[in-house]
Design a protein around this ligand. Structure first.
Ligand code: C2E
Ligand code: MG
Ligand code: MG
Ligand code: MG
Length: 281
């Protein structure tokens, strides 16, 4: 089954609210069951330096390996997780797995005498709003990091603009993470909030330009202007840029010329499982 063909029998909203609510509960249960059956897996997509083509790190991306439907994209179920309390146990599992795999990646790089790459390698983990604003987030993250014997500088937390704006707790937790030495990255930049105020207040170190701009950078001068402005803004604020969804050499070259340092996309590699990622680097 192709991912795009997958449809959940219970995912349609009912005519009345009760049916809709029941469908929602069924879908939540189906997803939590899958999680407990260990059908979830993390894939890794490299993030590369556009000039040198050197890998600088990777992004952990959730996959549901369903025995019925095959590999299911998180776009089809991540909202259900993020809007329910299961985001806490599942989010905990994601962080633990990503950190465990980060350790494996660094160990392999050190064995291969790629010491500098190992020391600088960054694991990006997507963090949802509800997960981040949970009171124990930073403590749990610190516990897991210590358990896996890792340094904070190798760990990057990816959050959307919406999460950044999510109440007063966001700034406090963000500062706490930053002070510990974690890197913070804004995901899908340019698609969320219209206010840029938070950029002056939040302790951010990376901006990820959304694929919706990258895919139009060759054909649409206005998208190119937006990308160019984002890159200038980022440089003026001492932020690093990662362009997401680079699919061909032309896009890569334009982004590099506009001043983007890092990129991620199918041109370099699709997200792959840990085994394949280890071979790739
Ligand atoms: P995202 O964080 O913006 O991740 C980038 C998405 O773009 C990934 O989709 C990736 O596979 C896809 N992508 C990368 N390069 C290309 C390209 O060149 N072309 C195209 N067409 N697509 C590309 P994916 O893995 O399906 O994830 C979708 C979204 O689900 C993510 O968007 C993220 O918002 C969410 N997500 C994934 N894993 C997690 C997770 O562990 N936790 C949370 N909270 N959200 C996650
Ligand atoms: Mg992301
Ligand atoms: Mg993104
Ligand atoms: Mg996205």
């Amino acid at each position: 089954t192709k991912m795009s063909e997958v449809e959940f029998e219970n995912s349609g909203a009912g005519d009345d609210g009760t049916q809709g609510a029941l469908d929602q509960i069924k879908l939540e249960n189906q997803i939590f069951q899958a999680f407990q059956n260990k059908e979830f897996e993390l894939f890794y997509q490299p993030i590369v330096n556009l000039k040198t083509k050197q890998v600088m790190g990777c992004e952990a991306l959730l996959r549901w390996n369903s025995p019925v439907h095959g590999l299911i994209s998180p776009n089809l179920f991540i909202d259900v997780i993020e809007n329910s309390s299961m985001v806490i146990p599942i989010g905990h599992w994601i962080i633990n797995q990503a950190l465990k795999d980060l350790k494996t990646i660094q160990d392999q790089l050190r064995d291969a005498k790629k010491t500098k790459l190992a020391d600088d390698f960054m694991m990006s983990i997507n963090i949802s709003g509800r997960q981040f604003t949970h009171s124990d987030f930073v403590n749990n993250l610190e516990d897991l990091r210590e358990k896996h014997d890792l340094q904070t500088k190798n760990i990057k937390l990816e959050m959307t603009e919406r999460v950044m704006m999510d109440g007063a707790i966001a700034l406090e937790s963000l500062n706490q993470c930053r002070n510990q030495g974690y890197a913070i990255s804004i995901d899908d930049f340019g698609t969320g909030f219209s206010s840029l105020q938070y950029l002056t207040q939040m302790p951010i170190s990376f901006l990820k330009i959304d694929r919706s701009f990258v895919m139009k950078v060759l054909s649409d001068p206005k998208s190119k202007a937006v990308v160019s402005s984002i890159i200038h803004l980022a440089h003026a604020m001492d932020l690093e840029i990662i362009a997401e969804g680079i699919e061909n050499n032309e896009e890569s070259l334009v982004l590099e010329t506009l001043g983007a340092r890092y990129g991620q996309g199918y041109l370099f590699s699709k997200p792959v499982d840990l085994g394949r990622f280890l071979k790739l680097i």
